[in-house]
Design a protein around this ligand. Sequence first.
Ligand code: G6P
Length: 367
Amino acid sequence: AAYDAGEHDSFMHKEMLEQPARAEAVLRGRLDERFGTGHLGGLNLDARELRAIKRVKILGCGSAYYVGQMGASLIEELARVPADAEAASEFRYRNPIVEPDTLYVAVTQSGETIDTLLAVQEVRRKGGFVIGLVNVVGSAIAREVDGGIYLHAGPEVAVASTKALTNMYLAFAMLAIQLGRVRDLSIADGRRLINGLTAIPGQIEQVLAMEDHLATVAQQLGAAESLFFVGRVRGFPVAREGAQKFKEISYRHAEAYQTSELKHGPLALISPEVPTVAIVPDDELVERNVAALHEIAARGGPLVVITHPGVDLGDVPADRIDIPRNERELDPILLTIPLQVLAYHAALSLGHDIDKPRNLAKSVTVE
Ligand code: G6P
């Protein structure tokens, strides 16, 4: 049968709900529980070559770029290899330094984004080695790279990406574990993270089951003209992706900020008219994050807090969304899921075309 939205009002809704099954598909056959590592066959890099990588540079556009930032922090944390993500659209224009011991990673759902393709070509022209995290099999970027990881998300139609992003993140997690396991990540930590990954599809299902509650919260957010999304360290790319998705389909001004930087500017804008969606996982920064919530509440700023069960928010008035616990390093993926649902329901309550937001294209194939 042709791929259609079936009983769903939009492809975005259908694609969000497919995430547990698609997440299982990207993990299938790629987790080595015995050695606590990833088993990514398509990288075309043996253990010695993986060990020789001194730096990782991730290239992508839009949401893929934000997942790239999540991936970079995973790689630094688990493998202790310096890693960063850059907008592929900027990369080639600054005459980038391409080093032989850097692993370049192009991230793309469609495999056709022109800026990402040209970035890949720039790397290769300068003799760099580049792998792809690509969803569409046989796409332009899939054909151009030296190796890679297919995302197995299935066809994605909605401009606002959901299941492809989730699988990009999971692919980065497996890559980070594999890079870590040829270095100092222990077998015990490797197994702990592999077990964490295995639990993710079921936990995504649990988050999606909170849709009714999220819809109520989303309706309130959609009524605001302007919002902040804040997070720190692992949570900051999550906030960026949350703001991106929200603005793409609700047409509200949504701005992401590091929670720690609020006092250096944006607090001036906080008021009862400007809600903040705060990413507050139960991690090393939880106390500081909760202190920032007090700063926002003191200025009358409405709060939606994405957090873990048991986190004490004190007397801060907030709409609280508790996501399941996993390994701390892997928190970004489950934190991202409610943000998709919030964006979707805000856009729905505003009566927008969810799958085809104005002025945007699913894949941007001209410069
Ligand atoms: C467009 C879409 C974004 C997407 C980006 C990258 O701008 O509107 O949602 O994240 O392209 O697409 P890709 O296919 O390369 O992941």
